[in-house]
Design a protein around this ligand. Structure first.
Ligand code: C5P
Length: 308
């Protein structure tokens, strides 16, 4: 009799940028309270899982040297969490194909964890509901829940509480990838250092939500903002030049994505994004550029025959 080995499962998960990121004070658990607007854009990681004799993790694509292959990898932590929940051995091979910049502030590691949860619960036929997946995601990291969700969403708590935001219009972005990476905890610590004991300036979220529902990219451009940007620029001062260059190339606005160092530039339309990307690529202010659009859908199983 043939043994019923389940077919490998591949899931595609988008990168995120934060259209708004207001960082509050440090909580007793060491995290910061956030009010953020997540926006998924069309740069994707693909996560494949298949049954294997021995647990294994493989990573392909740009920046793989920076991705840990041990138990600290967030995708592997997702395997262990789900194996424990299902009461099974983690006898799977996980293959990550990176399209999201590594250590770039675009939640690539979180995307891999979200994708692994979805792929593995399908491979093992665990029949987990959205809420159960979201709970597991929140255990793994602050941005993992949004990786499941995608679209545009308001994030609160440490980022793991997600409410969808009305944003039907397509937004056009140029993403400037930096030469190195920045460590997220280090950027949060730098922000704390820069703030010292002073009061934390308010950054209201309402204008961003209103601009999103209007669908006018010019209005949104005026309201984009990220409290971590000042800390990322303090640690990587060249970002100032990158941000200026994007706007001088015709972008409506630019901001550091999450904890950086990737920068995201909002453009008026698809043609303008191609023009900005072309000009920016020739200026030597970043490692490479990508054109992307949002909102992109969250973690989805894709036909394995499509992914080769
Ligand atoms: O949750 P995640 O593992 O993505 O967070 C990485 C690090 O970023 C945390 O260990 C913490 O230092 C910092 N962080 C924070 N407050 C948040 C989210 C992340 O201080 N809300």
């Amino acid at each position: 009799m043939l043994s019923a080995v389940p077919r490998p499962v591949t899931v595609r998960v988008p990168a995120k940028i934060n259209l708004h990121l207001a960082v509050g004070g440090v909580r007793p658990d060491g995290f910061h309270d956030l009010v953020t607007v997540f926006h998924a854009v069309s740069l994707f990681d693909e996560i494949s899982v298949e049954q294997a004799q021995e647990p294994a993790l493989e990573v392909h694509g740009d920046g793989v040297a920076e991705v840990p292959l041990d138990a600290t990898n967030l995708a592997w932590r997702a395997v262990e969490l789900l194996a424990e929940k299902a009461g099974r051995a983690p006898d799977v091979r996980v293959t990550l194909r990176k399209g999201i910049p590594v250590a770039g502030g675009m939640a690539g590691g979180s995307a891999d964890a979200a994708g692994t949860l979805v792929a593995l619960s399908s491979l093992w036929r665990l029949e987990l509901g959205r809420d159960e997946l979201a709970e597991l995601a929140a255990e793994l990291g602050s941005d993992v829940t949004f990786g499941l969700h995608g679209g545009t969403a308001l994030g609160t708590g440490r980022g793991e509480k997600i409410i969808p935001v009305l944003a039907r219009h397509r937004l056009h972005w140029v993403i400037a990838l930096a030469r190195g990476g920045l460590s997220t905890p280090a950027v949060f610590s730098e922000l704390d250092r820069l703030r010292g004991d002073g009061p934390i300036a308010e950054r209201p979220v309402e204008p961003v939500l209103e601009a999103l529902s209007s669908g006018d990219p010019r209005r949104l451009a005026l309201n984009l903002g990220n409290d971590l940007q000042v800390a990322a620029v303090s640690m990587a001062p060249d970002l100032r030049r990158t941000l200026r260059a994007g706007v001088n190339s015709g972008a409506l606005a630019g901001l550091v994505s999450g904890s950086g160092p990737t920068c995201a530039f909002l453009c008026a339309d698809a043609d303008s994004a191609v023009e900005v990307a072309t000009e920016l690529a020739g200026m030597g202010v970043c490692r490479t550029v990508r054109v992307a659009h949002g909102p992109a859908g969250g973690a989805r199983i894709v036909d394995t025959s499509e992914t080769g």
